[in-house]
Design a protein around this ligand. Sequence first.
Ligand SMILES: Cc1cc2nc3c(=O)[nH]c(=O)nc-3n(C[C@H](O)[C@H](O)[C@H](O)COP(=O)(O)O)c2cc1C
Ligand code: SF4
Length: 678
Amino acid sequence: MSSDPLLQPYQLKHLTLKNRLMITSHEPAYPEDGMPKERYRAYHVERARAGVALTMTAGSASVARDSPPVFNNVLAWKDEVVGWMKELTDACHAHDCAVMIQLTHLGRRTRWDKADWLPVVSPSHEREASHKAFPKKAEDWDIARIIEDYADAAERMKAAGLDGIELQAYGHLLDQFWSPLTNELDGPYGGSLENRLRFTFDTLKAIRARVGDEFIVGVRYTGDEDLPGGITREEGLEISRRLKDSGKVDFLNVVKGHIDTDAGLTDVIPVQGMRSAPHLDFAGEIRAATQFPTFHAAKIQDVATARHAIAEGKLDMVGMTRAHMADPHIVAKIMRGEEERIRPCVGANYCLDRIYQGGMALCLHNPSTGRELEMPHEITKADASRRVVIVGAGPAGLEAARVAAERGHEVIVHEAANDPGGQVRLTAQSKRRHEMIQLIQWRFAECERLGVSFRFNSYADADTIRAEQPDVVVIATGGLPHTEVLAAGDDLVVSSWDILSGDARPGSNVLIYDDAGDYAALQAAETLAASGAKVEAMTRDRNFSSEVMAMSLTPSLRELQARDVTFTVLWKLTGVAKEGNGLVATIGSDYGDFTRERHVDQVVVNHGTRPLDDIYFDLRDGSSNQGEVDYEALIAGEPQRVARNQDGTYQLFRIGDAVAARNTHAAIYDALRLVRTV
Ligand SMILES: Cc1cc2nc3c(=O)[nH]c(=O)nc-3n(C[C@H](O)[C@H](O)[C@H](O)COP(=O)(O)O)c2cc1C
Ligand code: SF4
């Protein structure tokens, strides 16, 4: 047997968990009609098959009708959930992976204008900053009703054959009772700690009465709200002891912080550029104090840190949740001695942010995640090897090369720069986004392993590519910033890329006009503000950085606000002119015919990119498909068979920003989806 601490089994009551890695509950928003159907099942089974010991399904599965999901959660209050959960559980059990589910009542952490339009309920009328619903204050009959709802849901999960359940406390109804900040009740459920915990213990008692003593029941909770007036570290420790001493709980799943604001949530679930494993020691302290089974997850992205958590006795089970979204096969790779091949989670948090803004979790780095059914993680070999020539070694080009090489093709990549990376290399120059470079490093290492030939410093033209005698050409040349958007003065502005690359020296009084709403403007603003410049960031939209989602924005906004960067919405830059040694910027509005001026010494325009597509158009005539893509075949996962030119000697495709400015996920997905059938 392996001596790896991570691969040692763990005994939780009667349940033997085969190793120390788990996926903590996270709702990827894949349910259909509130049920975990085929897609949901495929997502968990992929990870079970690869060896994870325990998967905590759902995430905030709702136990009651007045806890409507905010991001498409499993509806555990419906009886039909039993059949779906049974299918999922049986399928994971077939791979010796234990299955539990997180149950919750969201309390005020939802909205009344969802589902059945019932009032939101909480132990006070205090609204949560994030979801903004003003709750009704819970009455005795609400409390009695919700306790029964929990017990019903727990019974359904036992009937479905699950190994256990976890009650989600932090930020949800249970800890709205715990926290003095959100509990304004008198009498049995408010006031002293004992009273504030009463709702939880009544709920646990009702659950035990239904599921018995053997069924595994845990609680996921914050041991320190990190908020003035909230649950303190000492109180958190006391709560931990009481949970253990109740005899009704089998494990503690520890969290630190509060989730009522975007910034708070981001500290609980840290994103790119934030410290790795920031709450691990805290969880270890709770384990040491309670000597009770302790689980924890928070940016433990790499196997070395996970191993350390177990070896040092900080945890019993380590959650690597987003890490498993990026690479479902972590355990299999550890067991095969291929740790260095694990696709690293880069903390981009596209997955989590998207459940709110995009409707479902997708991984920036791994487009197969959540698409297990139609876009499997494993790439199959092609029937015959072809010569595939790729132009550009950014994320799209590298993914195309990786997938083509996995298919068994001969692959040649031309890249104009010295190194792979394209736009991502620029992005990764900021310390806060440095993790992005791993998108490139991982793909490049895979390409090297698979024998892809790279021609760096090769600014390929059409003749260069034709001379390679390709069967397939993929253009992944990306784009260049587009700043020619003004009625006058285009020549007086610089792009956000100019600031990031250092091609333009930062001014001292700068207007950034962001008409793309993406990271580039934020990063330019950070660079400028850090250089000491006075910065005004302006957009014509109602919100700043519309394309960067809530949690991902947090570290930037912290930095920018601390440096007194001002944000101006609803104004658009229309022109720039010289004024002595400085510039005068004219701004207007979509809402009326008024203008204003700004007197600055630098204007930065962020307006996305335009495709670098000359080579594509030069190669079109010689191709068999003349660049045409059969979208139906692409979506159906079938090979491209467009034939528009019988003299054409190669198929020609372009992907990523070489087609139109989009994001990194789109670029990588373009590549995977196309090339997996080449
Ligand atoms: C898409 C997504 C949804 C999540 N939903 C929940 C949830 O419903 N309940 C919960 O307790 N945690 C939820 N989480 C948090 C995870 O359980 C975990 O604590 C977090 O991702 C930090 O661990 P990691 O760094 O290993 O990913 C979610 C995470 C993700 C990525
Ligand atoms: S989107 Fe980013 S944070 Fe989420 S799993 Fe993928 S790499 Fe990790």
